[in-house]
Design a binder for this molecule. Sequence first.
Ligand SMILES: Nc1ncnc2c1ncn2[C@@H]1O[C@H](COP(=O)(O)OP(=O)(O)OP(=O)(O)O)[C@@H](O)[C@H]1O
Length: 257
Amino acid sequence: MSHLLEVRNLSKSFGGLQATKDVSFTLDEGEIVGLIGPNGAGKTTLVNLITGVLSPSAGSIVFRGRDVSRQRPWQAARSGLARTFQIVQPFPQMTVLENVAAGALFAGAASSRAQAEREAMEHLEFVGLADQALRPATALTLPSRKRLELAKSLAMKPKLLLLDEVNAGLNTAEIDKALALMRTIAARGITILLIEHLMKVVTSLSTRVLVLHHGELISQGAPQAVLEDPKVVEAYLGSKFAARLAAQAQETGVEHV
Ligand SMILES: Nc1ncnc2c1ncn2[C@@H]1O[C@H](COP(=O)(O)OP(=O)(O)OP(=O)(O)O)[C@@H](O)[C@H]1O
């Protein structure tokens, strides 16, 4: 069986810095795969490579049987790849509804503005933002902006959704809602790659976990096995990152990695 996504020996350098080093993995249809690693491990770079924001220095990306290593972001969107951004930046001059409709039009998922807006409303209902549809996007709170980001990427009708820290900054109740949403998205047949620092989210959603450290894939497999992998434990315990997140976990009552 061919994989939905095949990342082969992918590397990306920024000058002398190798942000991604010889990374290889596959994703199959219907999976929810967690992508974890300390700050600066290369997670966002990997998502940027898969979605055409960056071009690889070496290696290739095959999506639905086609080499997409060099495609532009709009081509990636049209090929069935959608992503959320870690730093949520809606189009400020547009309403919430128009932001979501713009996602559909960008990805070629709607053929007219009317269709895009009709479908945008359905996605806003799905994420619980329908009552905010006509407000300026800038008026939304952070949790609502995260849901707007999700609605916008769903409007692109993706086959693979790459979620970059969609739960960061949310409280426990908001995270529980987000977990339910992600499960429903997966049940609709959308494969999910989830960049996440919150252990509760990673372990309760992921069928598999990938761990990046200094740009290298140091471990992958079932969540529990990966978290007990000595290489993973060492990578976290050795970093300042672990201490910072342990402090955060005490504050929020949510366990982080
Ligand atoms: N456009 C860029 N130019 C130069 N260096 C970059 C660029 N983008 C990322 N980097 C560097 O590449 C490395 C990996 O960064 P990346 O943002 O992919 O890590 P990350 O795992 O997503 O981190 P975080 O959890 O903090 O978001 C870091 O050292 C970062 O400073």
